[in-house]
Design a protein around this ligand. Structure first.
Ligand code: HEC
Length: 160
């Protein structure tokens, strides 16, 4: 004898309902449950929102190299690798920034943090330490563009 359709459907419905689980009460990982991961504990290396300053780090070769990397990633698209303000985004129509010329370190730091005019701020993208690295690199970039051969030591001149 073949089973009657009503019984088949009835059985299927019972099985389907039995398969339902109370998903809101099932065991799961709650990311906000423990203090270790609750908002407020910022993992190392993450830029904390609202943090605006950091002590000025000593200028070392490592700091300059870090600054060069960050500058090339975040600034060169507009300010160009030379700082003359003709980066690729500007060549595609974005308003040209002035040549990075005579600003003091604190002002450059503040512009990186808060932005200026059409330039958006980088407070959430570049950690305070790295902002100082960029400031140091911008300064070195500027000095490097006004060096005379005679500014170098005879040994440095010999290796050019
Ligand atoms: C999307 C393009 C863009 C990016 C990216 C950008 N800038 Fe700018 N920046 C500008 C523009 C445009 C201005 C001029 C803003 C104004 O005065 O209205 C400016 C202005 C500045 C000034 C002030 C110049 C002055 O004398 O007034 C500094 C300093 C500066 N930028 C540094 C940086 C640094 C450092 C970075 C990277 C962390 C950066 N900018 C990333 C477009 C950009």
């Amino acid at each position: 004898m073949t089973p009657r359709p009503a019984i088949v459907f009835g059985l299927a419905a019972v099985l389907l309902v039995a398969g339902c689980d109370d998903m809101t009460r099932q065991k799961k990982q709650n990311p906000y449950a423990s203090r270790a991961t609750a908002p407020g504990d910022v993992p190392a290396g993450v830029v904390q929102y609202g943090e605006t300053s950091a002590p000025v780090p000593p200028v070392t070769m490592a700091l300059l190299e870090r600054g060069r990397t960050e500058y090339h990633v975040f600034c060169a698209p507009c300010h160009a690798e030379t700082g003359d303000g003709h980066g690729m985004i500007v060549q595609r129509g974005f308003p040209a920034p002035p040549r990075l010329a005579s600003d003091g370190p604190q002002r450059i730091y503040d512009v990186i943090t808060d932005g200026r005019g059409v330039m958006y701020g980088f407070a959430q993208r570049i950690a305070p330490d790295d902002r100082w690295a960029v400031v140091a690199y911008v300064h070195a970039l500027r000095i490097s563009q006004h060096m005379m051969l005679s500014d170098l030591t005879p040994e440095q001149q010999a290796t050019r």
